[in-house]
Ligand binder design. Structure first.
Ligand SMILES: O=C(O)/C=C/C(=O)CC(=O)CC(=O)O
Ligand SMILES: [Ca+2]
Ligand SMILES: [Mg+2]
Length: 389
């Protein structure tokens, strides 16, 4: 039997306990929980069949009562003695995409980001469009290209506009977007709505998201229907799903919403989140976005997603949109950091605007934990491979 050492200050203490899907040489992917620098095999310890599967979906589908029960059992387990064969060092396992992604929607919930992009992309008009403060604007992304951290990202090819008309080729303005992703566990039937008060009954947990974005492809294709191929080539997520319960100490009131929102978007509980992110480009931190300034809360986003009667499904992923704070060093996309490429930055020994082949980007995040310390999210990392031409 083994007791897992939890060093003082660990971001993965007993107040976090995120879930993921891992494999070891010789055994297939299955559900594990991270405790400090170890992964606990849940099928081998708790014995419940849904943990022997290569995704979290069957567990997530069972709903809040079951999630809370398992979290209590896992906390007891992690604090006590565990059979040696059920504990693996994080460094010795392979992490997989933690859930089968059903639908994927990306929102646009940062006022700072939306304003910055408006100024950069549409300099002669109002940066925020008239609907922006009345509803959380979003678009449907491509769930089949959601990949787990560590997956390489091939530079996309596509159309971009030039003075001589559109040309086809590798994107020359490849960018990132640092976001949070909310993972739906318990779905809702077609024809029903999820109210803002029901958010925690449906959302299982949170991942970090990098919504890779080819700005040149996007700028040419997006009017009037929104982003499509400029973003659908890859979206990276972290391997560990932080349970919503672990974020209790991170809950804060969001910004005051003025004008007042329509009643289906009104909230009685605070679902702003005090989460600090860091974006590293080739190993150097270039930005520290803050989640707490996000205008729309995740409870409002889910209420909006279902207000027309659209069903929510186990494995649905909806992302917050780029997380940009008010400060210059809090911007969550390189198009903002470099102001449309006009203000290059010196990063890791190079002057840069957009991503070059071989570049690597890592997004990390921490939040206040229940024990007075901090909890971590697993990183989301990706490296750019040259285009297939
Ligand atoms: O303002 C635009 O035209 C485009 C905005 C984005 O690309 C952002 C997007 O994907 C939503 C977000 O991440 O906030
Ligand atoms: Ca985005
Ligand atoms: Mg801690």
């Amino acid at each position: 039997m083994t007791t897992i050492p939890i060093p003082e200050g660990s971001l993965f203490g007993l107040d976090n306990l995120p879930y993921g899907v891992f494999s070891t040489p010789g055994t297939g992917p299955r559900v594990g929980v991270r405790v400090a620098d170890s992964v606990v095999d849940l099928a081998a310890t708790l014995g419940d069949a849904e943990f022997a599967r290569p995704s979290l979906n069957d567990f997530m589908a069972q709903g809040r009562g079951r999630w809370d029960e398992v979290r209590r059992r896992v906390a007891d387990l992690a604090a006590g003695e565990i059979p040696d064969e059920a504990v693996h060092p994080v460094s010795a396992v392979t992490m997989h995409r933690p859930f089968d992604v059903a639908d994927y929607v990306d929102f646009y919930a940062s006022e700072h980001h939306a304003t910055n992009l408006g100024c950069i992309l549409r300099p002669n008009s109002e940066p925020l469009l008239p609907n922006w403060k009345h509803l959380p604007v979003g678009y449907h992304g491509r769930s089949s290209t959601v990949v787990v951290t560590g997956t390489d990202v091939t530079r996309p090819c596509g159309q971009r506009k030039t003075d001589d008309g559109p040309v086809f080729g590798p994107s020359q303005r490849l960018d990132i977007e640092a976001e949070l992703g909310f993972v739906v566990g318990a779905g809702s039937p077609l024809g029903s709505r999820v109210t803002t008060a029901e958010f925690a009954e449906h959302v299982f947990g949170v991942v970090l998201v990098n919504d890779w974005s080819a700005r040149d492809i996007q700028a040419w294709e997006y009017q009037p229907l929104g982003p499509n191929l400029g973003k659908s080539f890859a979206t990276s997520i972290s391997a560990w799903v932080v349970p919503l319960q672990a974020l209790e100490s991170a809950r804060v009131a969001g910004p005051v919403q003025e004008p007042e929102v329509l009643s289906y978007l009104a909230e009685e509980q605070d679902w702003g989140l005090d989460i600090d992110l860091a974006v590293s480009w080739n190993g150097e931190v270039v930005s520290r976005p803050v989640y707490r300034e996000m205008y729309w809360s995740p409870a409002q986003m889910l209420a909006h997603l279902t207000v027309n009667g659209a069903a929510a499904s186990t494995g649905d992923l909806y992302a917050s949109g780029t997380i940009s704070g008010s400060g210059k060093h809090e911007r969550g996309a390189f198009i903002e950091v470099t102001w449309g490429g006009q203000e290059p930055v010196d990063v890791a020994g190079r002057t840069s605007t957009f991503l070059e082949d071989g570049d690597e980007v890592t997004i990390s995040a921490t939040a206040p934990g229940a024990d007075g310390g901090r909890i971590g999210f697993g990183d989301v990392t990706g490296r750019i491979l040259p285009a297939r031409t």
